[in-house]
Design a protein around this ligand. Structure first.
Ligand SMILES: Cc1ncc(COP(=O)(O)O)c(C=O)c1O
Length: 265
């Protein structure tokens, strides 16, 4: 959205479970590729090693830049850390990190590791955009990092989020076994694909009528949907509330499937 307001033309590139379709990319006249390779937003897919090499080769051949938006890889549960694409091609990749997922979105601090040639233009653009981020906040964060508190914070929270994720995955398996969760190994949300008989918009509305806030995947697509899906953010919900929420969602979906009026609508 922001790119569009800046007058950039946005084009979607098809992505699979662990890849970007480089053939499709080759056909586009793109100068910049934006990726969330360690936890694709929103599906949670991880870009494979082959796909990483392929996009770097594409960028080199085209003299293009890759923006690696590494927004929520710090919380990972069942997988080893994944190296950044930036490490493969520091001259081609602008790496972006944020404190929004690990600390709080309202902190409004993030960071970029840029190819040398982009440092000056980015500094100039940042100056025009907001004249720079708050110095006290940056110093506080630097101190937090230096004292090892940030690492301790991640270690403390990882089991909390893992337990919430496990509660969500278990409740989905128990109450809504034909929804297919994906991207569960990291991050603070998961996507569950809907079976063909369920319409995403109807499910989201029925869930809301039952008091459950769950988002559909459609607003995040560039191309029209081929399959419906629900996005579950679990970081700020207790395990018991997660179980209750899935019970309510299961009731809402049962109401849709029976074709009758939803009991609480
Ligand atoms: C794909 C993606 N990138 C980055 C961010 C973080 O953005 P910001 O650092 O502006 O809060 C988010 C936030 O949810 C996101 O979904």
């Amino acid at each position: 959205l922001h790119a569009a307001t800046l007058g950039l033309e946005l084009i979607g590139v098809p992505v699979g479970a662990d890849r970007v379709e480089v053939d499709a990319l080759q056909r586009l006249d793109a100068d910049v590729l934006v990726l969330t390779p360690s936890h694709q937003w929103p599906t949670g897919a991880v870009l494979s090693a082959e796909a990483r090499t392929a996009v770097v080769e594409w960028a080199r051949a085209r003299d293009a830049v890759i923006i690696e938006d590494d927004y929520d890889a710090e919380f990972r549960y069942d997988r080893a850390p994944i190296g950044a694409i930036h490490g493969l091609a520091p001259d081609r990749v602008a790496y972006a990190g944020t404190a929004s997922k690990t600390l709080v979105p309202g902190f409004r601090l993030g960071w970029l590791v840029l190819p040398d040639a982009l440092v000056e233009p980015f500094a100039a653009a940042k100056l025009v955009a907001d004249r720079g981020s708050p110095v006290l906040d940056q110093l506080t964060f630097a101190d937090f990092l230096r004292r090892g508190e940030f690492d301790r914070h991640l270690r403390r929270l990882r089991p909390v989020y893992r337990a919430r994720r496990d509660a969500l995955v278990a409740a989905l398996a128990q109450r809504l076994g034909d929804l297919r969760p994906t991207g569960i190994a990291a991050g603070l949300h998961l996507v569950a694909w809907l079976p063909d008989d369920l319409d995403e918009t109807e499910v989201v509305q029925a869930a809301r009528a039952h008091g459950v806030a769950v988002a559909g995947i459609e607003p995040y697509r560039v191309a029209p949907a081929t399959q419906g899906g629900l996005i579950f953010g679990y970081s700020s919900i207790s395990e018991s509330a997660i179980r209750r929420g899935i019970d309510l969602l299961a009731e809402a979906i049962a109401g849709l499937r029976s074709g009758g009026p939803s009991p609480r609508a």
